[in-house]
Design a binder for this molecule. Structure first.
Ligand code: AMP
Ligand code: MG
Length: 541
């Protein structure tokens, strides 16, 4: 354990539980290679030319007890750029593998992320501080270990936005420009270009993924797999009790239910992760690795922002709950060589069932809340929801705006006496083509609203309770794809940090009305419909 002082920042206490308890790669040669019998490789971040702090999350910082560095010459700025390692930090890149797009891909590992150390707070919580874009590691394969500014802005903004939306996620503390350029072929189409580089400091209790466990099973390192599981349970799941066969079963079930809750939240807010490979699935059920993610604008379950996946659409919005289950099956298969002989086959199957029931219950409860209902009941409610989803996808309808405005439809006597146009007027903003020009759709929507309003009369919630519930379930502000892209471009092209700062601030209160920021709640403008980065992204994003 080591205490570090950053001048005004006070004292930060670093611990090294992961590094001290689990075996390191015996080699420290920093070239791409296969690593065996280890959970990580000790490796230092690479120095960058000209670090400059571009964005700072005061919320994450206050949670961690860290004060913003005064300027770009501050020690903390150098640390967050990867230029300085403090005594007590033992930076490492983790070894993991993963199933990518449905196939085992072998060793992957932290190819551009380096964990600096574990911050231990007085409230006994611990936070891994990890730099993304910190330079090459033995896991970099053919990559350069760097990240471009636009993808780093996207990760910084979305991590914090998800936190404020109430979705389990890793956090982001800082965004630091490197002063160096990175060459990327954004769409893998033979048009590489140099872009500014950046480093994000992200924080989470741990960045362990399903893939950290899978790689050990795949290479037959079962004793190490057991050690990693035991360490994970003792450190991150202490409430489950000391490691034992009974605890193992509870642990897998807990991972399954956390994953279910995370994905239910994604479906609630229209978030599409974009690359749900098992190396991007957190063992804590946190949203992790913000790459070619996106937000549904027009409600379309088959939509994916990831151009690499545009043919098969494996990771499209509607498939996310299914893919999470598939990924948990991969994790179960990795645990099986250890759990099977302990008689825990049933616990693995039970955990997968827990995923299904937890997802179904959480998703149903969230759907009810989105509609302002206490609970969904019976076949009539199921039909009400299904008919709504059908209507939302029949013409291009902005999911976020629609649900937010639904709280304002006229109720009671007013509803029954109004014609179709008046009844649906408050929802008109949600349509990409004017609703009034599509009479048939307007009529079907009005019929649905009448059914909905009638259903509300049988619900036990008071009007105030209903409004409060809907406003907590339906954000007004999400990180629309074009907003993130515009904010990144402002830094890249005009060195203007303002738009990222304002956007991050608006997204700190996504459920508040914030009328002065109405422009952030509008539909995607037409120019952004097919613009790269605003509607589609690749894995190299
Ligand atoms: P992702 O698609 O971001 O989850 O990355 C999949 C794998 O590729 C992980 O092992 C990453 O560390 C690695 N990777 C992605 N980009 C780079 C890069 N620029 N340099 C080195 N490794 C990378
Ligand atoms: Mg990843």
């Amino acid at each position: 354990m080591s205490v570090q002082s950053f001048g005004d920042s006070g004292s930060l206490v670093f611990d090294q539980g992961f590094v001290d308890h689990l075996p390191a790669d015996l080699s420290s040669v920093n070239v791409p290679r296969e690593v065996k019998d280890a959970c990580y490789t000790l490796v230092l971040p690479s120095v960058v030319t000209k670090p400059s702090l571009l964005a700072w999350s005061s919320h994450a910082a206050s949670r961690l007890g860290i004060t913003k560095p005064e300027d770009d010459a501050a020690v903390l700025t150098a640390v967050l750029a990867g230029n300085q390692v403090l005594p007590g930090m033992k930076p490492y890149a983790a070894r993991y593998g993963g199933h990518q797009f449905g196939r085992w891909a072998g060793q992957l590992g932290d190819g551009r992320a380096i964990t600096l150390g574990e911050l231990t707070l007085p409230d006994r919580t611990r936070w891994d501080m990890q730099l993304k874009g910190a330079g090459p590691t033995p896991y970099s394969r053919s990559g350069d270990g760097r990240a471009v500014l636009r993808s780093s802005v996207r990760e910084f903004l979305c991590s914090e936005a998800m936190h404020h939306l109430g979705v389990p996620t890793t956090r982001a503390l800082s965004l630091v420009g490197t002063g160096e350029e990175v060459v990327r072929d954004m769409f893998y189409d033979g048009h590489p270009r140099a872009e500014p580089g950046a480093v994000v400091c992200r924080v989470a209790p741990t960045f362990l993924r399903f893939g950290n466990f899978e790689i050990l099973a795949a290479s037959g390192e079962l004793e190490l797999l057991r050690r990693l599981i035991d360490y994970t349970i003792v450190t991150y799941f202490p409430e489950l009790g000391p490691p034992s066969p009974a605890t193992y079963g509870r642990w897998f079930s807990d991972v399954c239910s956390r994953t279910a809750v995370m994905v239910a939240h994604w479906q609630r807010i229209g978030f599409v992760h974009g690359v749900m490979n098992t190396d991007n699935m957190s063992i804590l059920g946190l949203t992790i690795d913000y790459g070619p993610y996106g937000w549904l604008e027009g409600y379309d379950p088959s939509w994916t922002p990831n151009t690499t996946d545009s043919d098969r659409r494996r990771y499209c919005f509607g498939n996310q709950p299914h893919v999470a289950a598939w990924n948990l099956q991969c994790l179960a298969a990795a645990l099986h060589p250890l759990f099977g002989p302990l008689g825990l086959q049933g616990e693995l199957e039970g955990g997968l069932d827990t995923y299904q029931t937890t997802f179904a219950q959480t998703h149903a409860a969230m759907t009810a809340n989105k509609l302002g209902l206490d609970a969904l009941q019976g076949a009539a409610d199921e039909a009400l929801v299904n008919d709504l989803l059908h209507l939302l996808s029949a013409v291009e309808t902005d999911m976020t705006i629609f649900y937010r405005r639904l709280a304002a439809v006229p109720l009671g006597e007013a509803a029954s006496s109004l014609g179709d146009a008046k009844l649906t007027q408050v929802l008109a903003d949600a349509f990409y083509q004017p609703l009034a020009e599509d009479e048939e759709h307007q009529q079907r929507l009005a019929d649905w609203v009448r059914r909905y309003v009638k259903r509300l009369t049988t619900d036990p919630l008071s009007p105030d309770q209903r409004l409060a519930l809907m406003h907590r379930a339906n954000p007004k502000f999400v990180l629309r794809n074009y907003l993130a892209q515009e904010a990144a471009l402002a830094i890249e092209q005009e060195q203007d940090l303002g738009p990222v700062e304002v956007l991050a601030k608006v997204l700190e209160a996504p459920y508040d009305e914030q009328p002065e920021h109405q422009s952030f709640a509008g539909k995607r403008p037409e120019w952004a419909r097919h613009k790269p980065g605003c509607s589609t992204l690749s894995c190299s994003s």
